[in-house]
Design a protein around this ligand. Sequence first.
Ligand SMILES: [Zn+2]
Length: 461
Amino acid sequence: MNKFFATTPIYYVNDAPHIGHTYTTVAADVITRFYKQKGYDARLLTGTDEHGAKIAEAAAKHGKAPQEYADEISEKFKTAWDSLNIDYARFIRTTDEDHVKTAREFFQKLYDKGAIDPKPRLYKGLYCVGHEKFMSKEELVDGLCPDHQTKPVEHSEENYYFKLSGYKKDLEQLISSDEIKIRPQSRKNEILGKLKTGLEDISISRASMEWGIPLPFDKGHTAYVWIEALINYYTYGSQENLWPADLHLMAKDILWFHALIWPAILLAIGEKLPKEIFAHGFFTINGQKMSKTIGNVISPSQLIEKYGVDGTRYLLLAAFPFGEDGDFSWEELDKLYNANLANGLGNLVARVAKLAEKVNFEVTQTTEIFDPLVEEKLTEFKFNEALATIWQDIAALDKKINEIQPWKLEETKLKEFLSSSAIKIRSIALSLTPFMPETAEKILKQFSDQIKSGSPLFPRK
Ligand SMILES: [Zn+2]
């Protein structure tokens, strides 16, 4: 059996799940469900990243121990993904015993292979806790981290170093040849461009950070949370015989870690490399950056409350091209929902079901097909185009009904028409399955045997 192993980033537990995490996770779920439908052993790994200064700080702010705090927030992510019908194979936590064990073994291997300097070096730099990384002077704007609007703290400590600089040539070759496929193409070019300017060795440990995994070769240090977190993919993948990952999916801000540092440390221990890394774009909310201060943070539960589970899954991926930057606004989401779900799909299904019910029409043929064009778009992560393809079929059938006016046909002709319409609707449902699994199942059930009218799939807003 072919396998398909996809991952989302593991999310930091310093904050509750919001639309950003939801966007990545829904996309990863759709692609994994698609491969499952094709008969692959397809698995999705998601979870939470729980170590590091940022978590320790957030816990302290809430008067909690880091583990207690991590437990609470991690549960929120799990609940959010369960409520969105995310079909993950494992929800991994970096505080899980098997991950801690695998991470320690991984670091020991790096050390034994000589990929880590044998002795720590003194590092002085400006550290952004929000990013959990050292920032170069060039990255700062007026002395502040441009993303977090905070002043990075001066850090001076002994760190172990991974010899990343030695992997420049290998990485260039692997990425340019698509052995590690980085997509979209623009992101690949960006990474190759950045790579040309050189690679510096990176610190992989912290001396003054207690909330983390102690290095096996020096207990006075904990593993740098970024490197430790990346290993989560390998924790699950190796124990399930799924390694290498077929797809790492993420937002573009963390592509650098996944496209360069992650393959380099895998090369260092002689492991196989991820096949594809896809970075999607950023989005704004009503034209503004999403922030607590502005108060425009959207949570998954808000979306579900308004649009339902499948409505949410649809809207996130239909709104703009995956991989590009975009904008969400409640107004636009409402419009899209009413036009394509309440009308569009919901209306078409209701219309045909009503006609069929009148003449006791029974479905005898179930020769539906998954639209090959939808399949093509999905393998290229063109989610919105895949959906647009399905909606063209919906519009075409709607138009045909308006033209033919089947309610005026005599019964034999009407049944012929219903027969072909039922197959089309079943095909639409089949192609919709990875996106909207519950809705698709409902439609397939409604359009088997004797068709009956049901309650509206998507009540109008
Ligand atoms: Zn920052």
